[in-house]
Design a protein around this ligand. Structure first.
Ligand SMILES: [Zn+2]
Length: 139
């Protein structure tokens, strides 16, 4: 499997090649693992995740893959709430701090690629809503 990280993007300048659908699938599979462990047999109503734009994850693809990996499992009715965080950089050339309109690591105002990422690389599960223990569990 090919893993694209920020260093390969930076090395290729303003390029977005290397996106793969398996990326979202494997992310969803590991998220489902984490959620199942936390739920400990309880029904999961929804899962909130925070995804940075620079993680090269497409929110629609993430929702789709979440449904796909959880087919026929206790998580099949679980909603995935995605909070999408725009990429933000600090430019080493013009010292500006900019929110990126596109997931390209260069400064929108001066075009320099001498930038540091200050936001947009998040990927975390922020909360998991569980059903009350009294409620019926899966099955
Ligand atoms: Zn700049």
């Amino acid at each position: 499997m090919i893993v694209t990280d920020r260093s390969t993007i930076a090395a290729s300048g303003c390029d977005t090649n290397g996106r793969l659908a398996v990326h979202e699938l494997s992310i969803c599979a590991s998220m489902a693992d984490i959620v199942r462990r936390h739920a400990d047999g309880r029904r999961v109503l929804s899962v909130q995740v925070r995804v940075g734009q620079l993680r090269q994850v497409v929110p629609e693809a993430l929702s789709f893959c979440w449904t796909a990996v959880n087919q026929q499992t206790p998580l099949m009715d679980t909603t995935l709430d995605i909070e999408y965080i725009p990429g933000e950089i600090e430019c080493g050339a013009c010292q500006g701090r900019q929110v990126l309109a596109d997931p390209f690591l260069c400064c929108p105002s001066c075009g320099s690629t001498d930038v540091s990422v200050v936001a947009g690389e998040e990927f975390l599960i922020t909360s998991i809503d569980l059903a009350d223990p009294g409620e019926a569990t899966e099955g």
